[in-house]
Design a protein around this ligand. Structure first.
Ligand code: SAH
Length: 355
């Protein structure tokens, strides 16, 4: 009988289409059964083999014996005054969070890729709590499934349907490469959620070997957390920069862009605005210099407050000054609107703790 190493039943939610087809082969079933099972799970949001009525009874029984369809459990739901919603998922060894952000007729679901984060960026609460483990495919795709399913029953708390998915929750997605890769496969596949590729963004702090690997195997819209225009400052704010400095990082992104169809308009550069740290016109000048050959658009992120750190967010006036200076030099710049701050659901505030 087919069990995984721990002698537990196999969770089919960890399988992308390719792996599901292989699984069907292993259990002596036809490949097309993979299409049918995935149709029930992702298009019909069905998690009960008995309801998969176009599968022969014998196959349904076989599947019940050896496998399960198991999603992570959202143990808490917190709704912000701005209609952002945060869910806390409980899992073995730690918790992780998912955030829904409604804005201008769009609904964005921000999902986590790890429990905690190893990178310890100085301005981010997730990094401060340390790293626990990578999320499984079932836990990442499960965040989307569970919220879609909630939407079926609890329509009125969601202002708009989910139109976009961003890997900007807890963790560094490119340090959980294989599982994130499979999860993206399910998100994009016509046998999975079939979400258009341009509606999904992966945000990274800049893991150079992973960006290089990505160029060779997969296309995805990319956002890069740059946050500083020189190595001295970036080393202080983001320790990962000591391993992969700005030059290395930007040249790997440049190579990635050359192969990418989805990033034809350029990569999104995320830049947190920290008062008197990285927000002066001198910093803007340095930023222009390092980005001049990289097709990009810049997203300035007002820093979200965290207790016990010596940062504050730049003033509105300074952010506009910084942004206007960049725009005068031909950059496309937006300033991100902070959302869900009252429930600790904004960027960098995700810790799995309820305040
Ligand atoms: N590890 C990935 C994705 C997670 S964070 C990455 O670094 O890109 C998503 C974005 O929120 C990143 O740009 C991150 O730098 C930013 N962020 C972290 N802490 C923040 C804070 N306190 N205020 C505003 N943005 C923050």
């Amino acid at each position: 009988m087919l069990y995984n190493q721990k002698n537990k039943k196999i969770n089919l939610i960890n399988y992308d289409h390719f792996t599901m087809q292989n699984f069907m082969y292993e259990i002596n079933e036809k490949k097309f059964r993979a299409d049918q099972i995935m149709y029930w799970i992702y298009q019909r949001l069905c998690n009960n083999f008995d309801n998969m009525i176009n599968l022969p009874l014998s196959l349904r029984n076989k599947l019940k014996n050896i496998s399960v369809i198991q999603f992570p459990i959202a143990t808490k739901e917190i709704i912000s005054s701005d209609h952002t919603i945060k869910w806390i998922f409980s899992a073995d060894n730690g918790v992780f969070e998912t955030v829904y952000i409604p804005e201008n007729n769009r609904g964005t679901l921000c999902i986590s890729s790890q429990v905690g984060c190893i990178l310890r960026c100085k301005f981010c609460a997730t990094g401060m709590q340390g790293f626990k483990r990578n999320l499984l495919v079932s836990e990442m795709i499960g965040q989307i499934w569970v919220i879609y399913n909630k939407m079926k029953y609890d329509k009125n708390i969601f202002r708009y349907p989910i139109t976009n998915i961003v890997f900007m929750g807890m963790g560094e997605p490119l340090l959980n490469f294989n599982n994130v890769f499979k999860t993206l496969n399910i998100i994009f596949s016509k046998h999975g959620f079939h979400i258009p590729k341009k509606k999904v963004i992966l945000s990274t702090a800049g893991i150079v070997p992973a960006i290089n690997k990505l160029s060779n195997i997969f296309d995805v819209k990319l956002a890069l957390s740059l946050h500083a225009p020189n190595d001295i400052l970036r080393n202080q704010l983001m320790p990962i920069n000591k391993k992969y400095n700005i030059k290395l990082l930007l040249s790997s992104v440049e190579k990635f862009l050359k192969r990418s169809r989805l990033n034809r308009k350029g990569v999104t550069i995320e830049y947190i605005m920290l008062k008197n740290i990285n927000d002066t016109i001198q910093h803007a000048k340095e930023l222009i210099k390092i980005l001049k050959n990289l097709p990009s658009k810049i997203n300035l992120i007002p820093w979200n407050y965290l207790p016990d750190v010596n940062f504050s967010c730049s003033s509105f006036y300074q952010m506009n000054l910084f942004s206007n200076f960049l725009m005068k030099h031909g950059f496309f710049v937006t300033i991100r609107k902070p959302r869900g701050q009252d429930i600790q659901a904004a960027c960098g505030q995700l810790t799995g703790l309820v305040y």
